[in-house]
Design a protein around this ligand. Structure first.
Ligand SMILES: *Cc1c(COP(=O)(O)O)cnc(C)c1O
Length: 367
């Protein structure tokens, strides 16, 4: 029998399924006995510390109880650590969930959404899902963020300016002065959303988180963060948003599902925020490895963009899909970029030392 037809909303016709990358199981048969280095999803392979593991064990013992719908203990701690008002914190089932909630809460058909390009695909997809139109701000010919174009766009009465800082996949970032220029340029009728998924890797005098500007900013601002990257909890799905606007938080709270973050994730995230020493050590290690990898790739003659994430964006000088495919034969999974103009780039996460070595050796062989 032919399955019955039931067309979806027309906005969905131009969406492609999210490219979540290959799993270890997907490539096992092609890796010819190599251990598999999964360097495609910017995970922190160092894993959660003992305090986080204990918190997870405690929380899983009572799976029949609904989680706290407002994650009060966690939200209050986030407020304390970020300086946000505790009633303007929202938790999500990963920050991807919050991007989806944000789009559903604020975007009308025909609204304009400004984002950086190459982009985190979900920044565009959820806008398209709502029938909004996306304006991409590209890189300059020398592969820098086109600040003039970004400031011009943000100054127009667009509905939403949404960008990651540091940027994924490019790894580029807005320095403190650029961030201040963007906050100053923002149209007062627009919402500015800064996705700081990689903030823990970005520390240094040449980077500033928008959290430090939140209290004094007089236009709507939303900052998103996640426990999936530096905190190493990608599998649990938890992230948060903080804002200076009750309207934004109230709307998102109406749209999200009431129990969108599970009890184990809430407990783990709270422990993660209160036991940060091992996370900080893992981050330092990743930063050292990132520099080593960039140096080795540059020595291979490749263009490597400067990065403040736990990943590098590398121009292979040939179609990166083919390169990524050949890397699988060496047990290495990376993410070949497919957006227009960046088909020769791949994004590689900084992994454990042996994984990075395996990637670097494999790159030298496949190129
Ligand atoms: C990884 C990533 C996210 C997703 O984080 P989750 O909390 O795991 O959903 C969001 N934004 C950017 C830019 C990312 O790279």
């Amino acid at each position: 029998m032919t399955p019955p037809r039931f067309p979806a909303r027309p906005e969905l016709a131009s969406l492609k399924p999210y490219n979540s990358g290959l799993t270890v199981t997907d490539v096992a048969s092609r890796a010819k006995g190599h251990p598999i280095a999964k360097l495609a999803s910017n995970e922190n392979p160092h894993g959660p510390n003992a305090a986080i593991q204990a918190a997870m064990r405690d929380a899983i013992a009572r799976p029949f109880v609904y989680p706290d719908p407002s994650a009060r203990a966690l939200a209050d701690t986030i407020a304390l650590l970020t300086g946000a008002d505790k009633d303007r914190v929202i938790l999500g089932d990963g920050s991807e969930d919050l991007l989806n909630v944000l789009a559903r809460a604020v975007l009308n058909p025909g609204d304009e959404v400004v984002t950086l390009f190459p982009s985190f695909p979900l920044h565009e997809d959820y806008a398209i899902m709502m029938g909004a139109k996306v304006t991409r701000i590209g890189l300059t010919p020398s592969y820098q963020i086109d600040m003039d174009a970004l400031l011009d766009a943000a100054a127009r009465p667009v509905r939403l300016t949404l960008l990651a800082n540091p940027m994924n996949p490019a790894g580029l970032w807005l320095g403190p002065e650029e961030l201040d220029a963007l906050l100053a340029a923002q149209n007062p009728g627009s919402l500015l959303c800064l996705d700081e998924a990689y903030v823990e890797y970005a520390a240094g005098p040449d980077y500033a988180s928008a959290t430090e500007r939140l209290a004094k900013h007089d236009k709507p601002l939303l900052i998103l963060r996640t426990f999936s990257k530096a905190y190493g909890l990608a599998g649990l799905r938890i992230g948060y948003g903080i804002s200076n606007s009750d309207d934004v938080i109230d709307a998102m709270n109406l749209v999200r599902t009431p129990f969108n973050t599970n009890a184990v994730a809430q407990a783990a995230a709270l422990a993660a925020l209160t036991h940060t020493e091992e996370m900080a050590q893992a981050v330092s290690h990743t930063l050292r490895e990132r520099a080593r990898m960039a140096e080795r790739l540059t020595a291979l003659g490749l263009r490597v963009l400067p990065s403040k994430g736990n990943f590098l964006f590398v121009d292979c000088g040939q179609t990166s899909c083919d390169v990524a495919d050949r890397l699988i034969g060496f047990g290495v999974i990376v993410k070949p970029w497919k957006q227009e103009g960046f088909e020769s780039f791949l994004r590689v996460s900084v992994g454990l030392d042996w994984e990075n070595d395996q990637f670097l050796e494999a790159m030298a062989r496949v190129l």
